[in-house]
Structures are given as structure tokens and as C-alpha cells.
Design a protein around this ligand. Structure first.
Ligand code: CUA
Length: 338
């Protein structure tokens, strides 16, 4: 029942996310969305007024005709007087003006949000892939390029350029509170931008059907005050701290992690250097696991590593059939990746 599954996920997913702004598009939280939400409410209001006027005219017309003729409907003469044609011409004129006004308003908004008022200082390259999001913070200084996944931190009050790539099929990047939808297309670089006015966690979602786990291809945009963002970026740029020498389980876990997980995942500072799956160097700094599917709790982490196929059927992460001690060691190690 893929449709039921997707529908349930759409309803339940925002509830799972601890975000103050789940997938909301009727209210904006940044300069790009204010004109769009004004347009949305404006067109909605115009549509409601049109429906009320037309319903009123139909009801009045029917009522007047019924009141005038008590005979059968076959005896009602068709009114071919010029006054009727005049009313139609006036109504068509008004409708055309309202429609033209709506089109002009829409085009003006589209032009307005095409580019931010000032040039973005930060560019984040976001790659959609089945079924998670890779985020690379670009910099002229190679030592300041950061790769992370599924939780995109941004500073508040400034526009951020988002370069969109796809590693496999079509996806679509959507953070309704901050920006509209933009596709990620294999072999093509699309560009969009977003801006958050105030700190907050804004839910994002893939909105182009891209396979089994499309509905579990979520992400979060975490907007922070510029100083807090800088601190976050500097912390994330650091390689993972090795486990404390006294923690034998975590030390064993690091070895097991490199052996079992390191072909797909990177933990900077270790021999785990895979690039086909999310970078886990600071995975414990993230609120969610598996592309905004599970809260990052110790139990969910253990369940996810033990049997990802049970948590997110079809995910590219294989179930490794780890022994109890191996699972315990790997979970203990991963929990040190703060
Ligand atoms: Cu990616 Cu839908």
C-alpha cells in the first residue's frame, strides 16, 4: 500500500519532528517567503470572494425565477434582451481585470524572489540522493569545507545560496517556511536561496517522488544567530575526538566501525572514509537519524544500526547481522561522536 504509506508519512512525519515550524507554507519566516505568503493569502481571499459572489448570484437568480413563475418550467420564456448580454460583458470585464491583476502580482513576486537583495556570503552545496541529503559548506579555503548530512545549519539574517545536485534520480528540495521547491536533477546544477529571519528549526522534505523511501527523505534547516552558527561550523570542522583510552568498548567499537561501516561512512580522523553514505564525524550533534526519520536517541540509534531495513525498508544501508557485542561496541563508539 505505497499510497497509504506515503499519506501516513506525510501526516505523521511533521509530528515526529521536534520543529516549531513543521511543513508550513501559509506563514513565512524569511525575506524570500514574505511576498509568497502574502500572494498565497491574497489569491485565497480573491478566490473565496469570487465563490461567494457567484454563489450569491446563482441563489438570487434561481430564487427570483422561482418566485416569478408558478407555472411549469417549459413555459418560462427565454430572455434574449440586450440587458442580459450587457451583464455578461460587465462580468467578463471584471473577471478579466481580477485575473490580470492576479497574474501581474504573481509575476512581480516571482521576479522579487528570484535573487536576494544582497549577495550571499555563504554557499551550501546540497546533494539529494536516495534517501538523504548531503550538505557541503563551500569555502575558498579547502580546510574550511565541511561535509555533513540532513541537518543544514545556517546563520540568521543573511541570504544563503543553495547549489542543488542529485547523485541518482530527480528529487526536490523544499523548506516551505523558507523557500519554495527546486528540483535536484542528475547532471545539472540548480541554484536557489533562502534566508531565515529568526533562529529556529525549519522542516524540509523531498517533494519529488524518488523511490521507496521518498517520504522519509526529510531534513532540517537549523537557523542560528551568526555567532552560534560560527561556533557550530568550527566544531563540525574538527575531526572526531578519539574515544577515551579507558573505554575499551568504544575503542573496540571504533575498530568494528571502520571494518563494518567505514566503506560507506566517513568519520574524519579515522580510517573510515566512505562517501556514499552520510558523514558521521559529529552525528551525535544531530537531532534526528536516517534523514529526519528517527529521533537520535540511544535506543533508536541501536535499532537503526542493528536493522536499518526494519526501520526504513528499502534504505541503501544494509542490515549487517552484527553480533550482540559488535553492535554494543559500535553503538558505544558512535555515541562518542559528539
Ligand atoms: Cu528524494 Cu523524493
Amino acid at each position: 500500500m505505497p499510497h497509504t504509506h506515503a499519506l501516513l508519512a506525510t501526516i505523521i512525519l511533521p509530528r515526529l519532528v521536534d520543529a516549531p515550524t513543521p511543513l508550513t507554507f501559509m506563514r513565512g519566516y524569511g525575506s524570500k517567503t514574505y511576498p509568497v505568503t502574502a500572494l498565497t493569502w491574497g489569491l485565497l481571499a480573491i478566490s473565496i470572494i469570487v465563490v461567494i459572489i457567484i454563489t450569491g448570484l446563482v441563489v438570487v437568480g434561481v430564487w427570483r425565477r422561482r418566485a416569478r413563475s408558478s407555472d411549469s418550467i417549459a413555459q418560462v420564456p427565454v430572455n434574449r434582451g440586450a440587458s442580459g448580454v450587457g451583464s455578461v460583458a460587465i462580468a467578463v470585464g471584471i473577471s478579466s481585470l481580477v485575473l490580470l491583476g492576479s497574474v501581474i502580482w504573481t509575476v512581480v513576486v516571482l521576479a522579487d524572489i528570484n535573487a536576494p537583495a544582497k549577495k550571499p556570503a555563504l554557499t551550501i552545496e546540497v546533494t539529494g540522493q536516495q534517501w538523504w541529503w548531503k550538505a557541503r559548506y563551500l569555502s575558498d579555503d579547502p580546510s574550511r569545507v565541511l561535509t555533513t548530512a540532513n541537518e543544514i545549519h545556517i546563520p540568521t539574517g543573511e541570504p544563503i545560496r543553495i547549489k542543488l545536485l542529485s547523485a541518482d534520480v530527480l528529487h526536490s528540495f523544499w523548506v516551505p517556511a523558507l523557500t519554495g521547491k527546486t528540483q535536484t536533477v542528475p547532471g545539472l546544477t540548480n541554484t536557489t536561496w533562502l534566508e531565515a529571519d529568526r533562529p529556529g528549526v525549519y522542516a524540509g522534505q523531498c517533494t519529488e517522488y524518488c523511490g521507496t523511501e521518498h517520504s522519509h527523505m526529510g531534513f532540517l534547516v537549523v537557523a542560528q544567530k551568526p555567532a552560534a552558527f560560527k561556533a557550530w561550523l568550527n566544531a563540525e570542522l574538527k575531526p572526531a575526538a578519539p574515544p577515551p583510552p579507558s573505554d575499551a568498548t568504544a575503542l573496540q567499537g571504533e575498530k568494528d566501525f571502520v571494518f563494518h561501516c567505514g566503506t560507506c561512512h566517513t568519520v574524519r580522523g579515522t580510517d573510515a572514509g566512505g562517501t556514499v553514505a552520510p558523514d558521521l564525524t559529529h552525528v551525535m550533534s544531530r537531532a534526528m537519524l536516517a534523514a529526519n526519520t528517527l529521533r537520535n536517541t540511544p535506543a533508536n540509534l541501536a535499532g537503526w544500526i542493528a536493522d536499518p531495513q526494519a526501520q526504513k525498508p528499502g534504505t541503501k544501508m544494509p542490515t549487517l547481522y552484527l553480533s550482540g557485542p559488535q553492535l554494543n561496541a559500535i553503538v558505544t563508539y558512535v555515541r562518542t561522536l559528539k
